[in-house]
Write a new protein. Structure first.
Length: 762
């Protein structure tokens, strides 16, 4: 009986749990579909229309409610970004949607930013006033702002967003910024370098180590993009030194724990050094003999391997073949290394290139400079045959304008394979300058103020106003130059000047002049230019003491001069601002006598030759010859040549040439001759300091004065000097110091062992 009761209880228990289990399993199936929704009610919306909210729901009035549809509706409402909170629930036959709207941004404020302007930061953030505020968007903007600071070298920058609530569900968004210090590069080291020291390789890099003298130089600030560029600079350096197998294995920048700076380590593999062996040219079209290519090949057998020399030869060959009438050529160097003997055989393969024409020239980056100023420096027009050599010349010509920090030119395929798009991108620099200057030299203290705009109104015009004053000289100048008159490559300009000089310490007189001139210049060829000038001026010799030389007393008084001048220039210099190679010649003739009281003919010849002995050692030779003769009586003293000081180092200003030995007055000469040789080289200081040493030798002579006899000494003999100097391009201006030993002189010459020049501009 007891056993039966237990069995009965177990049976009933099993039946109970079985029914309960079936009930649990079947409950969801009943819940999958309920009665239809009679209404959808929206609560909490103040700014957003309820109908807009209902449009995001997947449940409509009259449709059944399911958990899946409620979940989808909830997700869609949150994804709009309109709401801070959303609740969706069913009450009776109604679906209740309760929302809390995100606020609207009233204004955005940046606080604590001193190094980066509000405009730059404002352009970077995506949030704007009257835009819906969300935390996710704020966090993204914070990351963008931090990236801006990192790009400006401030990796320790911290940005905290603050929200201030305003009425009508509006907020003010404030970015509190702690900019931190510039993240400097504390150390740069190299692993794997055996042929070149760490110091030599650091000079190659654009990134520099932090040092006290770099307080005005941003190159010691860490920039990851600059680090990638440094890898390429290292590669080019080694490839130009003969290391054809060189590679940068890694470049690692480690942020030190206090986040104040980086330690950069380059791991490199130098490889073996190669020399050029056989050099040849192979043309696959036309009747081009190897003899024609000899002048274009600058590489010699047994020269160290250099990518720069290969590129230079490709340029020369392109120009040469183009001059022979072949506009479409493809020149590729074929390199065959002999690893065993460490030699490289090189063959330049010249093939006919595809016939390609310029479809369009696009210019970007010129916010101020108008397109035509840039376009006129490009010797290729739309529709012309594409020419790589002309593209390279275009880049140099645009850069030589002086309006841009950098110029980038590249070409891409046009709308058809036989057309190209030339894209020119420029980075503009400031071309306007208001400067106050103070300087000192062996001649005394000099102050000046100048206003110059080299790109006036963005049209490439040059406007210059200058006032200079010292104890012995006062000068005011105004000039205006239009480089493309009537849209032709004809430069025109005007100059107006007023000058006064106190020369009593050297020649016992004062000089005053006032006048102006009109200028015209045009190209005769790519390298040759002609300049014409016409000027008028009044000149006075005043304050001549009774103790002055008779030759100077005769010159006292005023004169009116009407002068026509011409100059013929030939220029092959590689750069207008910092030449390292090339030749420059200028021959000018000045004729005074078209009216006025002064009549003379003056000839001047200037020659300069630059030659690089290495990347940093530059030699130069310069010569000047001048001769003036009167067409009526005597050449006035204000028109004569004087020698000494800057044009003949080792001698005082006006220290060489005809002199009245009784009064020690320099009276100038009609014939001048100077020659200079100079070698510029580094002194081992960091390159960016701009400290350069100079070894120089000067030779010169001045003679043939109109005033002869009596106490006037005039010897047409050479004077010579040698010396050493240095130039330091300081942040306040260039400082030049010369120490000179005179080798040959006349007894009446005045010498000078030490000379310096210093100029500061603010």
């Amino acid at each position: 009986m007891l056993l039966f009761s237990k069995c009965k209880i177990n049976f009933l228990t099993s039946l109970f749990f079985g029914v309960l289990y079936l009930g649990l399993v079947t409950v969801p199936s009943f819940a999958q579909e309920t009665a239809d929704v009679r209404e959808v009610r929206v609560e909490g919306s103040a700014r957003i229309d309820p109908e807009t909210i209902r449009s995001y729901l997947t449940i409509k009035a009259g449709e059944p409610i399911t958990p899946k549809k409620m979940d989808e509706s909830l997700k869609k409402l949150f994804s709009t970004g309109f709401f801070k909170d959303v609740v969706v629930k069913k009450i009776g036959k109604a679906l209740i949607v309760r929302v809390v709207e995100n606020p609207i941004i009233n204004r955005i404020v940046f606080e604590g930013n001193k190094r980066i302007s509000n405009e730059i930061l404002g352009d970077e953030v995506k949030l704007r006033p009257r835009v819906i505020f969300t935390r996710a968007k704020v966090e993204k903007d914070v990351q963008r702002l931090i990236e801006v600071y990192r790009q400006n070298g401030r990796f320790a920058a911290k940005i905290e967003p603050k929200v201030i609530k305003r009425p009508q569900n509006r907020v003010d968004l404030i970015f509190e910024i702690k900019e931190g210090h510039l993240t400097k590069v504390h150390n740069i080291s190299f692993v794997g370098n055996r042929k070149f020291s760490d110091r030599e390789l650091r000079n190659v890099l654009q990134t520099k180590e932090s040092a006290w003298y770099r307080f005005l130089d941003p190159q010691d600030t860490y920039d990851p993009d600059k680090l990638a560029f440094d890898r390429e600079l290292l590669r080019k350096f080694y490839l130009n030194k003969g290391y054809a197998d060189f590679r940068v294995i890694s470049a690692v920048a480690e942020l030190i724990p206090n986040r104040s700076g980086f330690i950069i380590t380059f791991t490199i593999e130098e490889g073996k050094r190669y020399r050029f062996n056989k050099i040849g040219v192979k043309a696959f079209f036309g009747k081009l003999s190897n003899k024609k290519f000899k002048t274009a090949i600058t590489i010699q057998k047994n020269d160290w391997y250099s990518v720069k020399k290969i590129d230079k030869t490709v340029i020369n060959l392109t120009d040469l073949v183009g001059s022979l009438g072949y506009a479409f050529v493809d020149i590729r160097p074929k390199i065959l290394p002999d690893y065993k003997n460490q030699l490289i055989n090189l063959t330049f393969l010249i093939n006919k290139g595809p016939r390609v024409f310029v479809e369009r020239i696009e210019i970007t980056g010129n916010a101020r400079t108008i397109d035509s100023v840039i376009r006129r420096e490009i010797p290729i027009a739309e529709g012309d045959a594409f020419n790589v050599s002309k593209m390279r010349k275009s880049k140099q010509r645009i850069y030589d304008l002086g309006y841009f920090e950098n110029v980038y030119i590249k070409h891409t395929v046009g709308t058809t394979p036989d057309k190209v798009l030339i894209k020119v991108r420029v980075l503009e620099r400031s071309t306007g300058q208001l400067s106050f200057g103070i300087g000192a030299s062996s001649e005394g203290v000099i102050g000046d103020i100048s206003l110059r705009e080299r790109n006036f109104l963005g049209k490439g015009q040059d406007l210059f106003v200058n006032a200079k004053m010292s104890a012995k000289r006062r000068q005011i100048d105004f000039s205006f130059t239009e480089p493309y008159f009537l849209d032709r490559k004809i430069s025109t300009g005007i100059d107006i000047f007023k000058k006064s000089s106190d020369l009593k310490s050297t020649s016992s007189f004062e000089k005053e002049s006032f006048g102006g001139r009109f200028r015209v210049g045009y190209d005769l060829s790519e390298r040759t230019r002609q300049r014409l000038r016409y000027g008028i001026s009044t000149e006075k010799v005043t304050n001549v003491p009774s103790s002055a030389s008779l030759a100077i007393k005769e010159q006292e008084g005023s004169s009116f001069k009407s002068e026509v001048s011409q100059s013929l220039l030939y220029d092959t210099l590689d750069s207008r601002f910092n030449p390292t190679t090339g030749f420059f010649a200028n021959y000018s003739v000045d004729f005074a006598g078209l009216g006025g009281s002064v009549k003379y003919l003056r000839n001047k010849l200037k020659l300069v030759k630059y030659h690089p002995f290495s990347d940093e050692v530059i030699g130069s030779l310069a010569g000047n010859l001048g001769y003036i003769f009167s067409l009526d009586d005597k050449v006035r003293i204000v028109d004569r040549f004087f020698l000494g000081g800057r044009n003949l180092r080792g001698f005082q200003n006006f220290g060489v040439g005809p002199r009245d030995t009784a009064t020690s007055d320099a009276i100038g000469g009609n014939l001048i001759l100077t020659a200079k040789s100079e070698l510029n080289f580094p002194l081992g200081f960091p390159k960016e300091l701009g400290v350069v040493g100079r070894l120089f030798s000067d030779v010169g002579s001045l003679s043939e004065s109109d005033s002869k006899g009596g106490t006037v000494s005039d010897e047409f003999s050479l004077r010579a000097s040698i010396g050493f100097g240095l130039t330091w391009k300081t942040g306040l201006g260039p400082l030049g110091v010369d120490f000179t030993q005179v080798l040959i002189k006349e007894k009446f010459d005045k010498t000078q062992f030490f000379r310096f020049d210093f100029g500061a501009r603010f």
